[in-house]
Design a protein around this ligand. Structure first.
Ligand SMILES: Cc1ncc(COP(=O)(O)O)c(C=O)c1O
Length: 309
């Protein structure tokens, strides 16, 4: 295919403060507080195309926009708080681009002041994007490294919300892991418990029980984690929300990570120690199937929003 006829890599429109703008025209001032000091929050979430239903389903839009509002509150940005309106804006953007495929969506709130200071609370500006996305890792089965970087602590930064400044922490861990030949990273808390990865929460299966770190172990309060917990209980699985030690991970029967972009992807190994037989185990597979059904609207949980009338 020649460059002239190549498919565009991004949809035509983004949303800037509720208005459709061409991709190239979505800009911030170079002196904004966001660029100078990392003042901003965001959400990342997905919509899934069901060929059977001829419908695109947004997954847990309300939970994501609620977390966006929580994020703004914690880092003190005076942005929009009407969750219903934010949802409408995102689904409207998708319809304007006529997207009918699996998507990753972003909603970002920036502080866009012409002479930005670190403590500016506004003016807030909101960008939204919806972009086709398949497998985030480009791999099924991950080899993770326990990072030498500790997961940021609630004593210095707010790990439970999506402040863009937090993402340096996971970035360093991912770069270290990549440099050492791994395709995923896991960070530990400053007091030595396994926390989470750069963009995903962690579950293990040990002695037949599912376990995941609590929200007080410096994790992002993941929407996918919450969905997996509910799906596991639906499946009658025993679930513990408790701190996890590194050596439990090494001796787990199964382990997987989950997140909106990451979906549910099993760990083949951690620090080159194989988990189980290296394949997705029975609990992971059961939850993957239930998760897939859920995102396609085949669930009793009120989690999906049809995008098209
Ligand atoms: C640091 C971090 N942890 C966990 C997750 C998973 O959260 P969710 O399932 O809400 O996407 C993300 C996702 O963006 C993340 O950035």
């Amino acid at each position: 295919m020649s460059a002239a006829t190549a498919e565009p890599k991004h949809p035509r429109f983004l949303l800037h403060d509720g208005k459709l703008v061409d991709y190239a025209d979505a800009r911030l001032h170079v002196l904004s507080s966001t660029l100078k000091y990392g003042v901003g929050v965001f959400e990342g979430f997905r919509a899934y195309w069901s060929a059977d239903a001829g419908q695109l389903y947004g997954f847990r839009l309300d939970a994501h926009f609620r977390r966006l509002v929580d994020s703004m509150r914690v880092v003190e940005i005076d942005g929009p708080t009407d969750i219903g309106d934010l949802q409408e804006q995102m689904t409207g953007l998708i319809r304007a681009n006529d997207l009918r495929t699996d998507l990753h969506m972003r909603a970002q709130v920036f502080v866009d002041s012409a002479d930005g200071k670190p403590h500016d609370r506004g003016p807030a500006t909101v960008f939204m994007a919806a972009i086709p996305m398949g497998n985030y890792f480009g791999a099924t089965g991950l080899d993770a490294q326990i990072s030498s970087w500790a997961r940021l602590s609630d004593r210095s930064m707010p790990p439970r919300i999506k402040s863009i400044a937090n993402y340096q922490n996971g970035r360093l861990a991912q770069l270290e892991a990549t440099r050492h030949g791994y395709n995923a990273a896991l960070l530990m808390t400053t007091d030595g418990h396994v926390s989470e990865g750069p963009g995903y929460n962690l579950f293990i299966v040990r002695h037949g029980r599912l376990a995941t770190p609590p929200v007080t172990d410096s994790i992002l309060e993941g929407v996918t984690r919450d969905s997996v917990l509910q799906l596991a209980r639906d499946a009658g699985l025993e679930v513990d929300v408790r701190s996890i030690d590194r050596t439990e991970l090494y001796s787990a029967e199964e382990a997987f990570v989950c997140g909106s972009a990451a979906e549910v992807n099993h760990l083949r190994s951690v620090d080159r120690m194989q988990i189980g037989d290296g394949e997705a185990g029975p609990v992971t597979r059961e939850l993957q199937v239930r998760f897939r059904q859920a995102v396609l609207g085949q669930t009793t949980h009120p989690w999906t929003t049809p995008v098209y009338p």
